[in-house]
Design a protein around this ligand. Structure first.
Ligand SMILES: NC(=O)c1ccc[n+]([C@@H]2O[C@H](COP(=O)([O-])OP(=O)(O)OC[C@H]3O[C@@H](n4cnc5c(N)ncnc54)[C@H](OP(=O)(O)O)[C@@H]3O)[C@@H](O)[C@H]2O)c1
Length: 199
């Protein structure tokens, strides 16, 4: 399959790349150091990416920034980061991209455990994760030509403990390898509208 992987240089993206490149042609995308440069907060940038790559069998998004901070620190402006990047960025990849996905292809988006198991400081990220989950469930039966869509909801990764560990007291980390296997299931399997929880 020809797989477009957005966020390919990230913690999750690089593990997904490693898992999929053994069997598929993976084209990497991101703001820096990728084969295709894209900023998912810009619809024009997303359109340019799709025009450049043309038809694909699978689109994976492992990119999307969110604001982490307590409710009293959260402002409408800070919340916009999560909305523009993780929410609208991923939604627009589907809205602008489904015509570029071959029959029976797939989209795989990224959410996260905190949409269902809240943490202090996670309001904004949980909000957009929940929205993506609802989007995936609704879109699944409207996508044409057998195109599937799922979202991967990991808990904190062992590889990200230094960065996010203090936000996740009592959460057992998982390996990037385990998370990457869920992306593999979404791309190579037959399910649609699902949330793959990697806890
Ligand atoms: N790591 C965890 O423990 C964990 C757990 C649960 C859920 N998640 C979710 O998984 C996703 C990825 O997390 P991660 O830890 O792998 O992040 P990461 O290491 O920061 O990697 C993010 C990747 O996305 C790219 N990116 C960021 N903003 C972008 C944009 N606007 N347009 C295009 N590319 C962009 C980055 O590259 P450039 O900067 O070069 O563009 C980078 O390659 C996030 O949605 C995160 O909330 C992560």
């Amino acid at each position: 399959m020809k797989v477009l992987l957005i966020g390919a240089n990230g913690t999750i993206g690089s593990a997904v790349h490693k898992e999929l490149e053994m069997r598929h042609e993976v084209v990497t995308a991101g703001r820096n150091g990728a084969e295709l440069l894209v900023d998912i907060t810009s619809p024009d940038s997303i359109k340019e990416m799709y025009v450049k790559i043309g038809k694909v069998d699978a689109v994976i998004c492992a990119a999307g920034a969110t604001f982490f901070g307590t409710l009293t620190e959260l402002t409408p402006e800070k919340n916009e980061l999560s909305i523009q990047s993780k929410l609208k960025g991923q939604v627009n990849l589907v809205l602008l991209g489904h015509e570029y996905v071959n029959n029976n292809g797939s989209f795989t988006l990224t959410t996260g455990i905190i949409m269902e198991d809240p943490i202090v400081g996670g309001v904004s990220a949980a909000m957009v994760g929940g929205a993506i989950k609802a989007f995936v469930e609704s879109v699944a039966f409207e996508l044409p030509r057998g195109i599937r869509i799922n979202n991967i909801s990991p808990t904190v990764l062992a590889e990200s403990i230094e960065k996010y560990g203090p936000y996740f007291p009592g959460f057992e980390p998982v390996s990037a390898y385990r998370v990457a296997k869920a992306y593999q299931k979404s791309v190579e399997g037959g399910q649609t509208g699902k949330t793959y929880r990697v806890y």
